[in-house]
Design a binder for this molecule. Structure first.
Ligand code: FAD
Length: 394
């Protein structure tokens, strides 16, 4: 890993200045307020503006004449985070677009990809089902062939962003009698198909996600990705990327683990608590002068820094666990007014630690739960073998 400072060329510095100005203009206070209110983590106006300015294509199309260089990509990612560009639906779109490029028919690519680059088409993930999401291959949503098309029936839980997307990357079961990893077929299903019903769900931190019902949804075979019953080949790569089970490039121009957007909320909350603890009250007393406050704040900072430096799948676990562990400490240190949410008069830290307290459980669930990741680390990284849940023999 190369930790040295990246020297920006004049061209890269110009790119940074342009991007910072552009994002500053389109991500207004209104965008941020609306995003908080809807919980969408998506803003159509911002997304279309990024598409119109060519940034989506430069980011996502490696064959574009103006594709980002490694340094430009790093600048782009950091600047989007700094400007609070909503990231969830654009992240799922980027991930699925790669699978469309790789496994879609030329016809499907022509239909979808230009509009992905312009921002008019967005893509969401349809993996999880009401009966369980950790084992993605246990899929009950059925697709049955009927001539040149397929008829899909079932339901998917937590299809985040479906109400802002045009297609869903859907795992279906096309052979219930086959072993589960040989029973799956992937489709890119148009969400305006008759028989698709999207119902909103609000999570405890205010995010919006969806349950999506599929009742006799008819989809042409050209929307199939990869071979019939070989969906696992199609879905494996995006699953690994979502799990963060891929190594960061060693040139230092990439996050060391996934979930850095989420981590930045935690870092901001720690900064705000630290700042608050040094401001004297009317009697001249500062929170930080209390030894237990100093200890708990110091521990939070140390845990934060350690989690920010943990790579790949270890970082994914460390960040989510740290958020769960330190958010109650931060709130406790700041007292009762820390329970007031963002934008409320009198909130101790403008709701920063209260927000991560509500956000932390989700960060340890979506894209795979902490328990599942710990098992993966035990099994694959530490070589401890498959977990055995049978009762201990005495
Ligand atoms: C806010 C949010 C957004 C989401 N967005 C999407 C999305 O866009 N698309 C999508 O498809 N899904 C999405 N998900 C679903 C998410 O990926 C699943 O919730 C997650 O994979 C866990 O599945 P589950 O909730 O069905 O829990 P289950 O798989 O039913 O697990 C229940 C419990 O059992 C434990 N468990 C299960 N298997 C094991 C194991 N092998 N070892 C140890 N413990 C185990 C789990 O840790 C958990 O505590 C989202 C979830 C949330 C909360």
């Amino acid at each position: 890993m190369d930790f040295s400072r990246v020297e920006l060329s004049d061209e890269d510095q110009k790119f940074l200045d342009e991007v910072r100005t552009f994002l500053g203009e389109i991500v207004t206070e209104d965008v941020i307020r609306r995003d908080r209110e809807t919980g969408d983590n998506f803003d159509e106006g911002v997304h279309l503006a990024l598409g119109a300015a060519g940034y989506l294509e430069r980011d996502w199309n490696p064959d574009s004449d103006r594709a980002f260089t490694r340094v430009q990509r790093r600048i782009w990612e950091l600047e989007k985070r700094r400007a609070h560009v909503p990231w969830v639906t654009s992240g799922t779109t980027a991930m699925i677009a790669k699978s469309v490029e790789r496994f879609g028919s030329p016809e499907l690519k022509d239909e979808v990809m230009p509009k992905v680059y312009s921002g008019h088409v967005r893509l969401c993930l349809g993996y999880t089902e009401p009966e369980g999401g950790s084992d993605v291959a246990t899929c009950k949503t059925r697709a049955v062939r009927d001539g040149d098309s397929w008829v899909i029936n079932g339901s998917k839980m937590f299809t985040t962003g479906a109400h802002n997307c045009q297609y869903v990357f859907l795992i279906t079961n096309t052979d219930p009698s086959a072993p589960k990893h040989k029973s799956l077929t992937m489709f890119l299903v148009p969400l305006d198909s008759p028989g698709v019903e999207i119902q909103g769900i609000r999570t405890v931190d205010g995010d919006r996600t969806n349950i999506v019902y599929y009742s006799d949804v008819r989809v042409d075979d050209r929307y199939r990705l990869g071979e019939v019953n070989d969906g696992w080949t199609v879905v494996r790569e995006p699953l690994n990327a979502e799990h963060g089970a891929v190594d960061a490039a060693d040139d230092g121009l990439q996050d060391v683990s996934i979930m850095m957007h989420q981590a930045m909320f935690m870092a901001a909350a720690v900064d705000k608590a630290a700042q608050k603890s040094t401001i004297p009250d009317p009697n001249g007393r500062r929170l930080i002068d209390d030894g237990s406050v100093a200890y708990r704040l110091g521990r939070s900072v140390a845990r934060l820094e350690a989690s920010l430096s943990a790579p790949s799948i270890f970082g994914r676990v460390a960040l989510a666990q740290t958020m769960r562990d330190i958010s109650p400490d931060l709130m406790d240190v700041m007292g009762a007014a820390s329970a007031l949410p963002v934008g409320t008069d009198g909130a101790a830290d403008d709701g920063a630690s209260e927000y991560i307290y509500r956000f932390a459980p989700l960060v340890g669930i979506y894209g795979g739960t902490l328990e599942v990741f710990r098992n993966m680390i035990a099994q694959y990284a530490l070589g401890l073998g498959k977990p055995n849940y049978s009762p201990v023999k005495t």
